[in-house]
Design a protein around this ligand. Structure first.
Ligand SMILES: [Mn+2]
Length: 356
Protein backbone atom coordinates (compact mmCIF):
# COMPACT_ATOMS: atom_id res chain seq x y z
CA UNK A 1 0.00 0.00 0.00
CA UNK A 2 1.02 3.60 -0.57
CA UNK A 3 0.82 6.20 2.17
CA UNK A 4 -0.59 9.58 1.22
CA UNK A 5 -1.55 12.85 2.83
CA UNK A 6 -4.72 14.88 2.31
CA UNK A 7 -3.90 18.59 2.11
CA UNK A 8 -6.35 21.53 2.39
CA UNK A 9 -6.33 23.58 -0.84
CA UNK A 10 -4.96 26.84 0.62
CA UNK A 11 -1.98 24.94 2.06
CA UNK A 12 -0.85 23.29 -1.16
CA UNK A 13 2.48 24.95 -1.77
CA UNK A 14 6.12 23.93 -2.02
CA UNK A 15 6.63 23.99 1.74
CA UNK A 16 3.66 21.76 2.66
CA UNK A 17 4.45 19.36 -0.18
CA UNK A 18 8.03 19.11 1.02
CA UNK A 19 6.70 18.44 4.54
CA UNK A 20 4.50 15.65 3.14
CA UNK A 21 7.44 14.01 1.39
CA UNK A 22 9.66 14.39 4.47
CA UNK A 23 7.24 12.53 6.74
CA UNK A 24 7.11 9.68 4.21
CA UNK A 25 4.02 10.32 2.10
CA UNK A 26 4.46 9.36 -1.56
CA UNK A 27 1.13 10.70 -2.82
CA UNK A 28 -1.37 13.42 -1.96
CA UNK A 29 -5.07 14.21 -2.01
CA UNK A 30 -6.06 17.83 -2.73
CA UNK A 31 -9.02 19.46 -0.97
CA UNK A 32 -9.73 22.41 -3.26
CA UNK A 33 -13.35 22.78 -2.11
CA UNK A 34 -12.51 24.38 1.23
CA UNK A 35 -10.81 27.63 2.16
CA UNK A 36 -9.77 26.30 5.52
CA UNK A 37 -6.12 25.87 6.34
CA UNK A 38 -4.05 24.18 9.02
CA UNK A 39 -5.06 26.34 11.98
CA UNK A 40 -6.78 24.61 14.85
CA UNK A 41 -9.50 27.31 14.67
CA UNK A 42 -10.23 26.23 11.07
CA UNK A 43 -11.13 22.81 12.37
CA UNK A 44 -13.80 24.27 14.64
CA UNK A 45 -16.15 23.75 11.68
CA UNK A 46 -17.57 27.28 11.63
CA UNK A 47 -20.69 27.18 9.50
CA UNK A 48 -20.32 29.93 7.00
CA UNK A 49 -17.81 29.07 4.33
CA UNK A 50 -18.48 30.57 0.89
CA UNK A 51 -18.46 28.71 -2.39
CA UNK A 52 -18.43 30.15 -5.91
CA UNK A 53 -19.61 28.36 -9.04
CA UNK A 54 -16.95 27.77 -11.66
CA UNK A 55 -14.16 27.98 -9.07
CA UNK A 56 -10.91 28.16 -11.09
CA UNK A 57 -9.29 25.69 -8.72
CA UNK A 58 -11.43 23.05 -10.45
CA UNK A 59 -10.10 23.76 -13.94
CA UNK A 60 -7.50 21.99 -16.05
CA UNK A 61 -4.78 24.62 -15.69
CA UNK A 62 -4.88 24.45 -11.91
CA UNK A 63 -5.10 20.65 -11.85
CA UNK A 64 -2.06 20.38 -14.14
CA UNK A 65 -0.13 23.02 -12.21
CA UNK A 66 -0.79 21.24 -8.88
CA UNK A 67 0.12 17.86 -10.39
CA UNK A 68 3.46 19.31 -11.56
CA UNK A 69 4.12 21.10 -8.26
CA UNK A 70 3.63 17.83 -6.37
CA UNK A 71 5.75 15.87 -8.85
CA UNK A 72 8.60 18.36 -8.38
CA UNK A 73 8.62 17.36 -4.69
CA UNK A 74 8.50 13.64 -5.45
CA UNK A 75 4.75 13.25 -4.82
CA UNK A 76 1.92 11.99 -6.98
CA UNK A 77 -1.38 13.89 -6.86
CA UNK A 78 -3.73 10.90 -6.85
CA UNK A 79 -7.10 12.39 -5.91
CA UNK A 80 -9.18 15.53 -5.61
CA UNK A 81 -11.61 15.32 -2.74
CA UNK A 82 -15.06 16.97 -3.06
CA UNK A 83 -16.57 19.30 -5.62
CA UNK A 84 -17.15 22.96 -4.71
CA UNK A 85 -20.65 23.25 -3.18
CA UNK A 86 -21.71 25.90 -5.72
CA UNK A 87 -20.82 23.59 -8.61
CA UNK A 88 -23.37 20.95 -7.62
CA UNK A 89 -25.82 22.52 -5.15
CA UNK A 90 -28.77 21.76 -7.45
CA UNK A 91 -27.55 18.23 -8.17
CA UNK A 92 -27.66 17.52 -4.45
CA UNK A 93 -30.81 19.60 -3.92
CA UNK A 94 -32.58 18.75 -7.20
CA UNK A 95 -32.90 22.41 -8.15
CA UNK A 96 -33.40 24.25 -11.46
CA UNK A 97 -29.67 24.58 -12.24
CA UNK A 98 -29.19 20.81 -12.12
CA UNK A 99 -28.63 20.25 -15.84
CA UNK A 100 -26.13 23.08 -16.13
CA UNK A 101 -24.29 21.85 -13.05
CA UNK A 102 -24.10 18.28 -14.36
CA UNK A 103 -22.33 19.66 -17.46
CA UNK A 104 -19.88 21.47 -15.24
CA UNK A 105 -19.17 18.31 -13.19
CA UNK A 106 -18.49 16.35 -16.38
CA UNK A 107 -16.06 19.05 -17.48
CA UNK A 108 -14.28 18.82 -14.14
CA UNK A 109 -13.84 15.05 -14.61
CA UNK A 110 -12.55 15.55 -18.15
CA UNK A 111 -10.05 18.15 -16.90
CA UNK A 112 -8.92 15.84 -14.09
CA UNK A 113 -8.36 13.00 -16.53
CA UNK A 114 -6.38 15.25 -18.83
CA UNK A 115 -4.20 16.27 -15.85
CA UNK A 116 -3.80 12.56 -14.92
CA UNK A 117 -5.53 12.78 -11.57
CA UNK A 118 -7.22 9.35 -11.38
CA UNK A 119 -9.66 9.66 -8.45
CA UNK A 120 -12.46 12.06 -7.45
CA UNK A 121 -13.56 11.54 -3.84
CA UNK A 122 -17.06 12.83 -3.08
CA UNK A 123 -19.78 12.82 -0.47
CA UNK A 124 -23.39 12.99 -1.73
CA UNK A 125 -24.77 14.89 1.22
CA UNK A 126 -26.95 17.91 2.00
CA UNK A 127 -25.68 18.63 5.51
CA UNK A 128 -22.08 17.55 4.88
CA UNK A 129 -19.72 17.05 7.80
CA UNK A 130 -21.59 18.84 10.56
CA UNK A 131 -22.30 18.87 14.27
CA UNK A 132 -18.86 18.10 15.64
CA UNK A 133 -16.96 20.31 18.04
CA UNK A 134 -13.38 20.40 19.22
CA UNK A 135 -12.68 19.13 22.69
CA UNK A 136 -9.42 18.53 24.61
CA UNK A 137 -10.29 14.90 25.25
CA UNK A 138 -7.97 12.86 23.06
CA UNK A 139 -4.92 11.27 24.71
CA UNK A 140 -3.03 13.72 26.94
CA UNK A 141 -5.77 16.34 26.44
CA UNK A 142 -5.10 16.76 22.72
CA UNK A 143 -7.86 18.63 20.89
CA UNK A 144 -10.06 16.38 18.81
CA UNK A 145 -13.42 16.23 17.03
CA UNK A 146 -16.32 15.11 19.20
CA UNK A 147 -19.88 14.27 18.13
CA UNK A 148 -22.35 14.14 20.96
CA UNK A 149 -26.02 14.66 20.05
CA UNK A 150 -25.72 18.24 18.73
CA UNK A 151 -28.74 20.48 18.66
CA UNK A 152 -30.20 20.00 15.16
CA UNK A 153 -30.25 23.27 13.20
CA UNK A 154 -32.10 23.17 9.85
CA UNK A 155 -30.22 24.27 6.70
CA UNK A 156 -31.15 27.76 5.41
CA UNK A 157 -31.78 28.07 1.67
CA UNK A 158 -28.68 29.16 -0.21
CA UNK A 159 -26.49 26.79 1.76
CA UNK A 160 -25.45 23.21 1.21
CA UNK A 161 -22.58 21.16 2.61
CA UNK A 162 -21.87 23.92 5.21
CA UNK A 163 -21.13 26.29 2.34
CA UNK A 164 -23.08 29.34 1.24
CA UNK A 165 -23.48 29.18 -2.56
CA UNK A 166 -26.14 31.90 -2.92
CA UNK A 167 -25.46 34.84 -0.61
CA UNK A 168 -28.74 36.74 -1.23
CA UNK A 169 -30.93 33.71 -0.74
CA UNK A 170 -28.97 32.73 2.34
CA UNK A 171 -29.26 36.16 3.98
CA UNK A 172 -33.02 36.30 3.26
CA UNK A 173 -33.59 32.73 4.49
CA UNK A 174 -31.45 32.63 7.59
CA UNK A 175 -33.50 31.62 10.60
CA UNK A 176 -36.85 31.40 8.74
CA UNK A 177 -36.71 29.55 5.43
CA UNK A 178 -35.05 26.18 5.05
CA UNK A 179 -34.23 23.71 2.28
CA UNK A 180 -37.19 21.61 1.17
CA UNK A 181 -37.82 18.36 3.03
CA UNK A 182 -36.58 15.24 1.29
CA UNK A 183 -36.98 11.55 2.12
CA UNK A 184 -34.17 9.01 2.27
CA UNK A 185 -35.58 7.30 -0.85
CA UNK A 186 -35.64 10.58 -2.74
CA UNK A 187 -32.01 11.19 -1.79
CA UNK A 188 -31.04 7.75 -3.10
CA UNK A 189 -32.92 8.50 -6.33
CA UNK A 190 -30.98 11.76 -6.71
CA UNK A 191 -27.70 9.92 -6.18
CA UNK A 192 -28.57 7.15 -8.67
CA UNK A 193 -29.55 9.73 -11.26
CA UNK A 194 -26.28 11.62 -10.64
CA UNK A 195 -24.26 8.40 -10.94
CA UNK A 196 -25.99 7.22 -14.10
CA UNK A 197 -25.41 10.55 -15.81
CA UNK A 198 -21.84 11.10 -14.66
CA UNK A 199 -20.44 7.58 -15.16
CA UNK A 200 -19.95 7.81 -18.93
CA UNK A 201 -17.89 10.99 -18.38
CA UNK A 202 -15.90 9.27 -15.63
CA UNK A 203 -15.21 6.32 -17.92
CA UNK A 204 -14.18 8.55 -20.80
CA UNK A 205 -11.81 10.52 -18.55
CA UNK A 206 -10.71 7.36 -16.71
CA UNK A 207 -11.41 9.05 -13.38
CA UNK A 208 -12.77 6.85 -10.59
CA UNK A 209 -15.65 8.24 -8.52
CA UNK A 210 -15.08 7.31 -4.89
CA UNK A 211 -17.99 7.81 -2.49
CA UNK A 212 -17.31 8.74 1.14
CA UNK A 213 -19.83 7.48 3.72
CA UNK A 214 -21.76 10.17 5.63
CA UNK A 215 -19.67 11.69 8.40
CA UNK A 216 -21.07 11.75 11.07
CA UNK A 217 -23.08 8.63 10.14
CA UNK A 218 -26.37 9.60 11.78
CA UNK A 219 -29.57 8.66 9.88
CA UNK A 220 -30.63 12.34 9.90
CA UNK A 221 -28.70 15.55 10.37
CA UNK A 222 -30.05 19.11 10.24
CA UNK A 223 -33.46 17.65 9.35
CA UNK A 224 -32.09 15.96 6.23
CA UNK A 225 -31.57 12.26 5.49
CA UNK A 226 -28.11 10.81 4.98
CA UNK A 227 -27.12 8.43 2.20
CA UNK A 228 -24.55 5.98 3.61
CA UNK A 229 -24.99 5.91 7.38
CA UNK A 230 -24.94 2.10 7.58
CA UNK A 231 -22.09 -0.08 6.35
CA UNK A 232 -24.41 -2.33 4.31
CA UNK A 233 -25.60 0.70 2.32
CA UNK A 234 -22.17 0.65 0.69
CA UNK A 235 -23.38 -2.60 -0.97
CA UNK A 236 -26.18 -0.60 -2.59
CA UNK A 237 -23.61 1.87 -3.89
CA UNK A 238 -21.56 -0.86 -5.55
CA UNK A 239 -24.64 -2.67 -6.88
CA UNK A 240 -26.01 0.51 -8.47
CA UNK A 241 -23.38 0.26 -11.21
CA UNK A 242 -20.92 -2.63 -11.39
CA UNK A 243 -18.26 -0.46 -12.96
CA UNK A 244 -14.76 0.02 -11.51
CA UNK A 245 -15.24 3.79 -11.92
CA UNK A 246 -18.00 3.58 -9.30
CA UNK A 247 -15.98 2.90 -6.16
CA UNK A 248 -15.50 3.68 -2.48
CA UNK A 249 -13.62 6.36 -0.57
CA UNK A 250 -13.35 3.92 2.30
CA UNK A 251 -13.38 5.90 5.56
CA UNK A 252 -12.57 3.42 8.33
CA UNK A 253 -13.28 6.01 11.05
CA UNK A 254 -16.75 6.83 9.76
CA UNK A 255 -17.59 3.14 9.27
CA UNK A 256 -16.40 2.39 12.81
CA UNK A 257 -18.71 5.14 14.14
CA UNK A 258 -21.76 3.32 12.76
CA UNK A 259 -23.78 1.32 15.25
CA UNK A 260 -24.44 -2.39 14.67
CA UNK A 261 -21.35 -3.40 12.69
CA UNK A 262 -18.16 -5.34 13.22
CA UNK A 263 -15.54 -3.11 11.63
CA UNK A 264 -13.20 -6.02 10.78
CA UNK A 265 -16.00 -7.85 8.95
CA UNK A 266 -16.90 -4.63 7.14
CA UNK A 267 -13.28 -4.15 6.02
CA UNK A 268 -13.00 -7.83 4.94
CA UNK A 269 -16.24 -7.63 2.97
CA UNK A 270 -15.46 -4.46 1.02
CA UNK A 271 -11.76 -5.23 0.54
CA UNK A 272 -12.90 -8.47 -1.16
CA UNK A 273 -15.03 -6.43 -3.59
CA UNK A 274 -11.84 -4.92 -5.04
CA UNK A 275 -13.60 -1.58 -5.31
CA UNK A 276 -11.95 0.45 -2.58
CA UNK A 277 -10.44 3.42 -4.44
CA UNK A 278 -8.50 4.60 -1.39
CA UNK A 279 -8.64 4.47 2.39
CA UNK A 280 -9.16 7.11 5.09
CA UNK A 281 -7.57 5.69 8.21
CA UNK A 282 -8.38 7.10 11.62
CA UNK A 283 -9.50 5.78 14.95
CA UNK A 284 -12.51 6.58 17.11
CA UNK A 285 -13.94 5.89 20.55
CA UNK A 286 -17.70 5.33 20.80
CA UNK A 287 -20.30 5.21 18.07
CA UNK A 288 -23.24 7.29 16.85
CA UNK A 289 -24.90 9.03 18.66
CA UNK A 290 -21.81 9.75 20.78
CA UNK A 291 -18.17 9.35 19.80
CA UNK A 292 -14.86 11.13 19.53
CA UNK A 293 -11.93 10.86 17.13
CA UNK A 294 -8.67 9.54 18.59
CA UNK A 295 -5.03 8.96 17.69
CA UNK A 296 -4.47 5.98 15.37
CA UNK A 297 -3.33 3.71 18.25
CA UNK A 298 -5.78 4.95 20.85
CA UNK A 299 -9.39 4.17 19.93
CA UNK A 300 -11.80 1.24 19.83
CA UNK A 301 -10.37 -0.07 16.55
CA UNK A 302 -7.18 -2.09 16.07
CA UNK A 303 -6.06 -0.28 12.93
CA UNK A 304 -3.09 -2.61 12.44
CA UNK A 305 -5.60 -5.46 12.16
CA UNK A 306 -7.54 -3.35 9.64
CA UNK A 307 -4.38 -2.84 7.56
CA UNK A 308 -3.60 -6.57 7.77
CA UNK A 309 -7.08 -7.44 6.45
CA UNK A 310 -6.70 -4.94 3.59
CA UNK A 311 -3.29 -6.45 2.76
CA UNK A 312 -4.59 -10.05 2.82
CA UNK A 313 -7.34 -9.02 0.40
CA UNK A 314 -4.73 -7.66 -2.01
CA UNK A 315 -5.51 -3.96 -1.59
CA UNK A 316 -2.58 -2.03 -3.08
CA UNK A 317 -3.96 1.50 -3.16
CA UNK A 318 -3.41 4.60 -1.10
CA UNK A 319 -4.04 5.02 2.63
CA UNK A 320 -4.27 8.57 4.08
CA UNK A 321 -4.71 9.64 7.72
CA UNK A 322 -8.06 11.48 7.22
CA UNK A 323 -8.27 13.77 10.26
CA UNK A 324 -6.12 13.49 13.38
CA UNK A 325 -6.20 14.97 16.89
CA UNK A 326 -4.17 18.15 17.34
CA UNK A 327 -1.13 17.71 19.64
CA UNK A 328 -0.30 20.74 21.80
CA UNK A 329 2.50 22.57 19.95
CA UNK A 330 3.21 25.41 17.52
CA UNK A 331 2.09 23.38 14.46
CA UNK A 332 -0.74 21.09 15.59
CA UNK A 333 -1.95 20.05 12.12
CA UNK A 334 1.57 19.12 11.03
CA UNK A 335 2.29 17.25 14.27
CA UNK A 336 -0.96 15.28 14.06
CA UNK A 337 -0.36 14.32 10.43
CA UNK A 338 3.30 13.46 10.96
CA UNK A 339 2.35 11.17 13.82
CA UNK A 340 -0.37 9.44 11.79
CA UNK A 341 1.69 9.03 8.62
CA UNK A 342 4.67 7.68 10.57
CA UNK A 343 2.42 5.27 12.45
CA UNK A 344 0.76 4.01 9.26
CA UNK A 345 4.15 3.58 7.55
CA UNK A 346 5.55 1.59 10.47
CA UNK A 347 2.45 -0.60 10.63
CA UNK A 348 2.56 -1.34 6.91
CA UNK A 349 6.30 -1.99 7.06
CA UNK A 350 5.78 -4.56 9.83
CA UNK A 351 3.14 -6.26 7.64
CA UNK A 352 5.42 -6.26 4.60
CA UNK A 353 2.81 -4.06 2.88
CA UNK A 354 4.59 -0.71 2.54
CA UNK A 355 5.13 0.44 -1.03
CA UNK A 356 7.63 3.26 -1.16
MN1 LIG B 1 -13.09 10.32 6.09
Amino acid sequence: MKVGLGIPGPMIDRETLRFARQIGATCIVAHFASDRGALVEDAAFAEEERSTAGDPRFRYAHFAETKALAAAEGLDLVAVENFAAADWSDVLGDGPARERQMCRLKTILRDMGRARIPILGYNFSLAGVWGRRLSPTARGQALTAVFDRPEDAPIPRGMIWNQVYDEDLYQRSKGRDFIAPVTEDQLWDRWRRFLTEILPAARAADVTLALHPDDPPAPQLRGTPRLVYRADYYDRVLAAAPDPHNALEFCVGTLAEMPDQDIYEVVRHFAASGRIAYVHLRNVRGRVPSYQETFTDDGDVDLQRVLAILGEAGFKGMVIPDHAPFPTCAAPWHAGMAYAVGWIRASLKALGQLED
